[in-house]
Design a protein around this ligand. Structure first.
Ligand code: UDP
Length: 498
């Protein structure tokens, strides 16, 4: 429904993502869904100053001016201005500072939104809050304002199950790891018995933060706190996943009382968004870096399933040595590849971001393209793309599966090892390479050939396409689980208005 057709007061949702790319993306999709739903939610989307500026630099001011009924608001993250305004912020520092700075900033914002509510054509008072599970304080703020809230766990359900194993692994005496040599001496090859839904998993694959030598590690305890708030939560928990894929894991989470409220799978979120967008959402973008549109025209020139797309998400960094090994492996494979090298992918290397890769890829004779960022979902949906060499962040994993693309997993940290294990061992759509951060050009070459040309690649694509079909069924059919769960979510958010 267009802006001026709406006469009745819209429900007013405040959406607050954790301030990083992998969280802003899914939260924006959810906000667009609420905005275009039959209830026409008014959206107040909350970014930090740092990310607001990045969006503006990447897409121009239209990206942050929003629409009359879809507004962006900014709060501080508490960190000093970054040396490189286009670089991903340090996650641990961000976790510390947002918890100190954002609760009061959010309180002030809600008060301000309520104080101007109802003026002219403006929105009514805030009627609900959608909070990233990493921004747990936002649910407390919603309670103070007497409005319903939901928590959005933007990672996978299997990641939540993995994080929740910390106490039991401590009781089993396997973690904290005795010392850091355990990371490389085979200790992690031990199978961990007794985790439901994770039978056969080794110590390599629970989330990295719990595989630590230090029980006081900050990120470990931040994630433990996230799990605890989820477990004690009184409001629904939503996941960007779908029943057919992670239903058994959600069941395990509920049985083990790791979650204690209805879990709502509402993914893949991009499938639920209306194909014809009457709300003019096209100016509202989530990429914090400008996307290179020539990736898509380059893909147009390639045959179906012939390209391996390579990207390690928005946070992970590579060493110059790793860049060289990947570049040589890809070039030597003689396959087509499109590789995203973010400006900050190679840290502060004197070699410069991607300079060496660019030189090496020059020898690929039109088979290789480098980009500094792209519209990944468009790339994965392109018929030329048959494989995805990824770090297995959850968004990348579900975007690959949702587009029927075979996955080559090279996980770095956090939940990526767990997503990789499920993708390879349980979902049949992936194969993992490397380990412990090591990468060898011969292995990259072999796997690039396999995924594009080999039987294993075809088998993984076949499996991924079956998941794509099930994802479509879950989100597009009125009887689909994600479709139904989205309606339940809306009902909950409308609670204070009914
Ligand atoms: N992404 C993108 N363009 C790129 C690389 C990544 O749009 O060139 C998006 C990708 O579609 C995904 C997000 O960035 O939605 C990365 O999230 P993910 O959870 O995979 O990894 P993270 O960045 O959190 O490690």
């Amino acid at each position: 429904m267009s802006e001026n057709k709406t006469k009745r007061r819209r429900p007013h949702a405040v959406c607050i993502p954790y301030p990083a790319q992998g969280h802003i993306g899914p939260m924006l999709k959810l906000a667009k869904l609420l905005h275009s739903s039959p209830h026409n939610f008014h959206i107040s989307f909350v970014n930090t100053h740092h990310n607001h500026r990045r969006l503006q630099r990447a897409h121009g001011s239209a990206a942050v001016s929003g629409l009359p009924s879809f507004r962006f608001h900014v709060i501080p993250d508490g960190l000093p201005p970054a040396d490189n305004p286009d670089a991903t912020q340090d996650i641990a520092s961000l976790c510390i500072s947002i918890n100190e700075t954002c609760p009061n900033a959010l309180r002030d914002l809600l008060s301000e939104l309520n104080s101007v509510a109802g003026a002219g054509d403006g929105p009514g008072p805030v009627s609900c809050v959608v909070a990233d599970a990493g921004m747990w304080f936002a649910v407390d703020v919603a309670e103070e304002f007497g409005v319903p809230a939901v928590r959005f766990w933007t990672a996978s359900a299997c990641a939540l199950l993995g994080y929740a194993q910390y106490e039991s692994l401590v009781q089993k005496g396997v973690i904290p790891l005795p010392d850091s040599s355990c990371l490389t001496n085979g200790y992690l090859d031990k199978v961990v018995e007794g985790i439901p839904s994770m039978e056969g998993i080794t110590l390599k694959h629970p989330p990295s933060f719990i595989r630590t030598t230090d029980a006081n590690d900050f990120m470990l305890n931040y994630l433990r706190r996230c799990v605890q708030t989820v477990s004690e939560s009184r409001c629904p928990l939503i996941f960007n996943t779908f029943e057919a894929l992670e239903g058994p894991i959600l069941q395990t989470l509920a049985t083990a009382k790791i979650t204690n409220t209805p879990d709502l799978t509402i993914g893949p979120l991009s499938f639920l968004l209306p194909k014809t967008n009457t709300e003019n959402h096209s100016t509202i973008r989530s990429s914090l870096l400008p996307e290179d549109p020539s990736c898509l025209s380059w893909l147009d020139s390639k045959p179906p399933d012939s390209v391996i797309y390579v990207s390690f998400g928005s946070v992970a960094t590579l060493t110059p040595h790793q860049v060289i090994e990947f570049a040589c492996g890809l070039v030597n494979s003689e396959q087509n590849f499109l590789w995203v090298i973010r400006p900050d992918l190679v840290g502060t290397s004197e070699l410069g971001s991607g300079a060496v890769a660019r030189q090496l890829v020059g020898g690929a004779q039109g088979r290789g393209m480098l980009a500094s960022w792209c519209d990944q979902e468009m790339v994965l949906a392109h018929p030329a793309v048959g494989g995805f060499l990824t770090h297995c962040g959850w968004n990348s994993t579900i975007e690959a599966i949702g587009n029927g693309v075979a996955v080559v997993c090279w996980p770095f940290f956090a939940d990526q090892q767990t997503n990789s294990w499920f993708c390879c061992e349980k979902w049949g759509a992936g194969v993992e390479i490397g380990g412990g951060g090591e990468v060898r050009r011969e292995e990259v070459e072999r796997v690039a050939r396999t995924v594009v040309d080999g039987d294993k690649g075809k088998e993984m694509r076949w499996k991924a396409r079956e998941w794509k079909r099930l994802a479509e069924e879950a989100s597009l059919s009125p009887n689909g689980s994600s479709y139904i769960n989205f309606k339940k979510l809306v009902d909950h958010l409308l609670g204070s208005l009914n």
